[in-house]
Write a protein that binds this ligand. Structure first.
Ligand code: GDP
Length: 429
């Protein structure tokens, strides 16, 4: 059976924790999109880890972790991450890398920096990991696929010359920066070849057999629906699809094999980077939620940037769940809200005097004002509770109110960052 764990919102919903938890029952965990530009924070028996490229299943010794073809593969980051977890006592994970994955090159990172500098105040808030230049090259058909590392030398050198011709025109005339040397790029590729060779795999064939044998496969998404380039808040989006449907493409499996889509929603909102954020809050109110949020505050796992904070947004989350094809919602970080007397929930957007519950396109989103309903808080610590019925009544009301607004069943409630901090709920009929 194939399951996907994906995000409903802007990312940072707690997907890493849910994947780590569900990894117990998985044989294979696959990253299918994105790169080292976002991170998952995971807390388990080995300690606290911020992963950027490794699938969240690397902490189990029974799972195989796969980097799918849809990923922006940064080979030095991948290897540094493997080394860092092994140094902290985690058994060496079993990792396979798709021979169809493409590699993030040092010049993708360089272009990301140069372009953000050039755009200055109008930048997209990139993490400068090279992701947008990487995916641009992939679709312009000038990227390097892992399989190409095994081309004969003449063919590889010919491609390098062709690629850097374009790059160097931009470097010289747009960015006024030093140009790339073909030999350096060739050496970079040869270094990557040495590192990646032992892990290469024809992943779609491997997964085809695994699914036929009845293995449990978990697809791990990065970021969330609202960062999807088609269905998100374009252009303040990421450069690869964040939807469960893309799991089929980015891993190389049949779409009908994805039987369960677990969409992770956080009990309040947070976002990084620029872009409309209708239920955003500011000042002391935001600072308090940021400080208390997640595990150790809402600061980016990759960049350390303070996240933008807001109340739960039913309009965005309902849309986020719908586009993911949600079968189950995992509702996370509920414990954090225990300090509030009252909790505003955004139930509609007012656009030009009309209220809607449908998530609009970006230009209308910028005009949207939040319509709030205020729910009573529960004013206590709910960590450690394992049965849904034991949650305070106002807390259950909060969960059930949001479930009603979303129209998708909340079957998991997460009330702490650890693996065991989870409350399972039956689907309500
Ligand atoms: P991801 O990218 O979706 O995996 O999310 P992040 O790892 O960036 O952010 C989620 C943060 O919330 C991490 O620091 C997690 O340890 C933490 N977290 C996840 N679930 C819970 C929860 O139920 N309660 C609390 N307090 N923290 C949680």
């Amino acid at each position: 059976m194939v399951r996907a764990v994906v995000g409903a919102n802007w990312g940072d919903e707690g997907k890493g924790k849910i994947t780590d938890m569900l990894g117990k029952e998985a044989d294979i965990i696959v990253r299918f999109q994105g790169g080292a530009n976002a991170g998952h924070t995971i807390i388990n028996d080995y300690g606290k880890f911020a992963l950027h490229t490794l699938p969240s299943g690397v902490f189990y010794d029974h799972t195989t972790s796969i980097i799918g073809n849809g990923v922006a593969l940064n080979i030095p980051v991948l290897f540094a991450e493997i080394k860092s977890i092994v140094e902290r006592g985690v058994p060496a994970p079993k990792i396979l890398v798709s021979d169809r994955a493409q590699m993030v090159m040092s010049y993708h990172i360089l272009f990301d920096h140069l372009e953000e500098e050039r755009l200055a105040g109008k930048s997209f808030g990139s993490t400068k990991s090279g992701i947008a230049p990487f995916y641009s090259d992939k679709y312009a058909k000038i990227g390097f696929q892992v399989s190409e590392l095994f081309l004969d030398e003449a063919a590889l050198r010919e491609k390098i010359e062709r690629v850097i011709l374009q790059k160097n025109i931009l470097l010289e005339h747009l960015y006024h920066a030093p140009v790339l040397q073909a030999e350096d790029i060739y050496q970079e590729l040869m270094d990557y070849k040495k590192m990646v060779e032992p892990y290469l795999c024809d992943v779609s064939s491997y997964l085809w057999k695994a699914v036929k044998e009845g293995k449990n496969v978990l697809l791990e998404g990065q970021l969330g629906t609202l960062k999807d380039p088609d269905h998100g808040i374009y252009p303040m989006v990421t450069s690869s699809s964040t939807l469960a449907a893309y799991g089929a493409i980015g891993a190389g499996i049949a779409p009908y094999e994805i039987q369960q889509v677990i969409t992770v929603c956080k009990a309040y909102s947070s976002a990084v980077g620029a872009g409309a954020f209708v239920s955003e809050i500011f000042g002391d109110e935001a600072e308090e939620l940021r400080r208390r949020g997640g595990d150790g505050g809402e600061y980016g796992a990759t960049t350390g940037r303070p996240r933008r904070m807001g109340w739960f947004d039913c309009v965005a989350s309902k849309y986020g769940c719908r586009l993911q094809g949600t079968t189950d919602v995992a509702f996370t970080v509920l414990d954090v809200l225990g300090y509030l007397d009252e909790i505003p929930v955004c139930v509609g957007y007012e656009i030009d005097g009309e209220v809607t519950t449908e998530f609009p396109v970006t230009c209308m989103l910028e005009k949207s004002k939040p319509v709030y309903e205020i729910l009573p808080g529960w004013k206590c610590d709910i960590r450690g509770i394992r049965n849904y019925e034991e949650l305070p009544e106002n807390c259950r009301n909060y969960v059930e109110f949001i479930e009603g607004q979303l129209g998708f069943p909340i079957t998991m409630v997460s009330n702490g960052p650890g693996r065991k901090d989870i409350i399972f709920r039956k689907k309500q009929s």
